[in-house]
Structures are given as structure tokens and as C-alpha cells.
Design a protein around this ligand. Structure first.
Ligand code: OAD
Length: 231
């Protein structure tokens, strides 16, 4: 029998219980750092060392944390469903938990790319990208991250995937950043939509959404149990 397709859109909140800070919560990364100073092409031009250091610290931390219950629950879901994850996260915790179909919208921390040819993408050895580390064309390597003001190349594929969902699940995202936050509008009318987040999310624009106001670990386990029972 053909498995039903579940498409998951995840954000920083799914990795919070692994110990990775979110961006916009109180105490989040964008309180500590100015987005414009570390996550834009202009910042890269103006203060390359600060940008390198910001992402080096994120990458270093990634080697110190582990996937949590929410990541693992989504892996379990693959036993009964065709699960596709669209993540805004640049960590690799979905992959490390064992999810087999993961699309990264905003890039990947453990990868770096050429600053003159964006098709030249490399796995970085270790956590530190240094000034002077160059691609095969001789230009400085940069983090493989979609910065503010840069196009999100994966959006057409993510929109198409969203339109094929039998069930859509949104976990741990403030839905503040477009175009990612607009993906839900590609979900076909009548498709069950779940949103798991302990925060106050404006869900008014998502018709029929069931808001599970829980942390990712608890909420995802609960939903997976429910969905598996339905099969
Ligand atoms: P945000 O920091 O904007 O939102 C985090 C969400 O996680 C909030 O809705 C919180 O309520 C929720 N949250 C906090 N703890 C949680 C927990 N234990 N379980 C579940 N949810 C929890 O992060 P994103 O929406 O992912 O982009 O941000 C989107 C993009 O903005 C990021 O990909 C990043 C950022 O700037 C780039 O850097 C390009």
C-alpha cells in the first residue's frame, strides 16, 4: 500500500531541547547579535572575521549537542508514512537522528562554499572556517548559509513538496521569516495541518490548523503516537 505523505516544516524550536538557542525567543541569538552584523552579505564584505567567528561558534556547538526526542519521533513516523522534512535549521540533527528525506532551506552549518561560484560546495573538516581558506578557484570560502537579502533557492522545491502533503506538520518556528513562513499556503485545502510550539504563534492565516501548544519533544511524541494509531 502506498504510504501517506507527511511533510514537516521545522524551525529552531525543534532543536531547542538539544541545547541550541533559537533566534527570536527571549535570550535568543538575535538578542545577543545584530542580524545585520553577522547574517547578511554586507556583513561578510564589512567584517568577515566577525561573520566567520559567529558561524564557527555555531558549528563548534553543533559538535557538542545531540538530537532530541522530537527529532527521533519524526524518524519513527517513517515506519508508517512517507515523511519529508523541510527545515529552516542549519544544524544536522534531523539527519543524525536518522530522518531520510531532509531539505535545508537556509543552508547547512557543516558545509562551506566558494564566494565566487555557489555551485562549489564542500563539507568542512572540523568546526573552524578561517580567513584564507580558499575554494579550488582561489576565492575565500564562506559559510553555506542563506543570509538575509539572499534568494532562498530551495523555495520552489519546498513549495511543490508542500503541495503534495497528505498531512502537514509545523514544529518550532515563529513563522516570522519569509518565504519559509509562506510555504503553508501551498498546502492543498482540506489537508490536516498541525502546529507544535509552546509560544504564542499567530496561526490566524492557517485555515483549520490544530495548534498543539507544547514543546517539541512532548508535542511531537504525542502527535506521532496519534498519527501512528490512525494507520
Ligand atoms: P525563531 O527563533 O524565530 O522561532 C523559534 C520558535 O521556536 C518560536 O516560535 C518558539 O516559541 C519556539 N520554541 C522555543 N522553544 C521550543 C521548544 N522547546 N519546542 C518547540 N518550539 C520551541 O526561529 P525560526 O522560526 O526557525 O534564518 O527562524 C527562522 C529563521 O530566522 C532561521 O532559519 C534563521 C533565523 O534568522 C537564517 O539565519 C537565515
Amino acid at each position: 500500500m502506498l504510504k501517506k505523505r507527511i511533510v514537516v516544516l521545522s524551525g529552531a524550536g525543534i532543536s531547542a531541547e538539544s541545547g541550541i538557542k533559537t533566534f527570536r525567543d527571549s535570550g535568543g541569538l538575535w538578542e545577543e547579535y545584530d542580524i545585520m552584523e553577522v547574517a547578511t552579505p554586507e556583513a561578510w564584505e564589512r567584517n568577515r572575521d566577525l561573520v566567520l567567528e559567529f558561524y564557527n561558534q555555531r558549528r563548534k556547538q553543533l559538535y557538542e549537542v545531540e538530537p532530541n526526542d522530537a527529532h527521533y519521533a519524526l524518524v519513527e513516523l517513517e515506519k508508517a508514512f512517507d515523511v519529508h522534512i523541510i527545515t529552516q535549521n542549519v544544524d544536522d540533527l534531523h539527519e543524525r537522528a536518522g530522518s531520510s528525506q531532509v531539505m535545508h532551506l537556509h543552508g547547512e552549518l557543516k558545509k562551506v562554499r566558494s564566494s565566487v561560484d555557489e555551485s562549489l560546495i564542500y563539507d568542512l573538516d572540523g568546526w573552524e572556517l578561517k580567513a584564507g581558506d580558499k575554494c579550488e578557484k582561489g576565492s575565500q570560502l564562506r559559510p553555506h548559509i542563506v543570509w538575509f537579502g539572499e534568494p532562498v533557492e530551495m523555495i520552489p522545491a519546498a513549495a511543490e513538496l508542500s503541495g503534495t502533503a497528505d498531512i502537514y506538520v509545523i514544529i518550532g518556528t515563529s513563522l516570522n521569516v519569509y518565504p519559509a513562513a509562506g510555504l503553508v499556503s501551498y498546502v492543498l485545502p482540506g489537508t490536516p495541518i498541525y502546529l507544535i510550539d509552546p509560544g504564542e504563534i499567530n496561526v490566524g492565516y492557517i485555515p483549520g490548523v490544530r495548534f498543539i501548544k507544547e514543546r517539541a519533544g512532548t508535542g511531537t511524541r504525542q502527535l506521532v503516537k496519534e498519527l501512528m494509531g490512525e494507520v
